[in-house]
Ligand binder design. Structure first.
Ligand code: SAM
Ligand code: SF4
Length: 335
């Protein structure tokens, strides 16, 4: 590898999150409007372009790829892309290939994903209650996701559940969710709801459940030990001493992880966001599409973008206003 990617704050960029589609079979209230207009197909990177893009990043030192969306498993032909990435796992250049999914299609894809070299998946699940699940996801059915989780575990995939903490919605399920994950051998991470997109007239602040409050609630019943483990991302971990379970907390609003941020995000149209909380992005599709014969211009564009990676981000829930509210949806940058 020639000069790996290092940003101006000496952070080596080793983690790329890639959104492979803006579409989804769910319409989660905090993520999408019910009537979404999706991008025309020609705007999307083709599967071949996704391969070229990811391979270029891997050539520049990216060791971990997380595939996301929208819902990555509704992208037509997506297994062609996963299978193409296997060669980078085989060569040792790529250390981990993983995905974040709503779980709805895992019954169909879990075995194929394992065969492609995926070993871990993050599955989003906010509630164990069928009715609540239907109202949060609007179009989703809990049974389908439960079957997906079963299929993933049967296939040998390690499963982490991602739960968005929603005040007044899943607050009462805190211990039920923790216990359920313990029984099934699932890791669990809570995510603070973020001010993304202008979704209807719902105000995300009403549902904002601070994870420090959630943690205090958890500590009323369990002994929690902070773990030093960091992944370069926004997650902090504790161990529940009584069960040995590891619980993660993703608090993107607390400015507590920017210093060690090793990641960038690619949208399904080839825009590279250097920071989840800032609008600055670089178009990588043009240097890719305009130069079918060479990756040099794409490489140069990636390096120029990384040189602009900011030190930190700007969300601010303080003073009870959503300052720094982002106008794009999470389904655009993939979370
Ligand atoms: N469809 C897949 C899924 O749901 O896992 C992958 C894409 S989704 C955008 C990635 C993650 O972002 C999910 O865990 C979802 O719960 C989370 N998410 C979406 N909107 C969010 C918001 N406003 N605040 C916090 N997390 C959000
Ligand atoms: Fe779809 Fe995931 Fe967004 Fe829900 S959070 S609407 S499953 S992309």
């Amino acid at each position: 590898m020639t000069n790996p990617l290092v940003d101006p704050f000496h952070r080596a960029i080793s983690y790329l999150r890639v959104s492979v589609t803006d579409r989804c079979d769910f319409r989660c209230v905090y993520c999408m409007a019910e009537n979404m207009t999706f991008l025309p197909k020609k705007e999307l990177l083709t599967l071949e372009e996704l391969d070229r893009m990811c391979s270029t990043f891997i050539g520049l030192g990216v060791e971990k790829l997380r595939i996301t969306g929208g819902e990555p498993l509704v992208r037509k032909g997506i297994m062609t892309f996963f299978n193409a990435m296997t060669r980078h796992l085989d060569s040792g250049a790529l250390k981990e290939l993983t995905l974040t999914t709503n779980g709805s299609q895992l019954s169909r894809f879990a075995d194929q994903l394992y065969a492609a070299g995926v070993r871990r998946v993050n599955i989003s699940l906010d509630t164990l209650d069928e009715e609540k699940f239907a109202s949060i996801t609007r179009w989703g059915r809990l049974r389908q996701v439960m079957d997906g989780i079963d299929a993933a575990q049967r296939a040998g995939l390690r499963v982490k559940i991602n739960t968005v903490a929603l005040k007044g919605v899943n607050e009462d399920e805190l211990f039920t969710l923790v216990d359920w994950c313990a029984e099934r051998g699932l890791d669990l991470t809570f995510i603070e709801v973020m001010p993304m997109g202008d979704i209807g007239n719902e105000n995300r602040l009403d549902q904002y459940w601070k994870l420090t409050d959630l943690r205090e609630r958890l500590a009323e019943r369990h002994t929690l030990t902070d773990l030093a483990e960091r992944t370069g991302g926004p997650a902090r971990y504790v161990r529940i001493e009584e069960t040995g379970q590891k619980i993660g907390f993703i608090t993107p609003l607390s400015h507590n992880f920017c210093e060690s941020c090793n990641r960038v995000r690619l949208t399904c149209t080839g825009e590279l966001y250097m920071c989840l909380g800032q609008e600055d992005m670089a178009d990588l599709r043009a240097p890719l599409r305009d130069n079918p014969g060479t990756d040099a211009p794409l490489e140069a564009a990636i390096r120029a973008a990384i040189a602009r990676k900011p030190k930190g981000h700007d969300f601010d829930y303080s003073r009870q206003t959503v300052a720094g509210q982002m106008t794009r949806h999470m389904s655009h940058t993939g979370g």
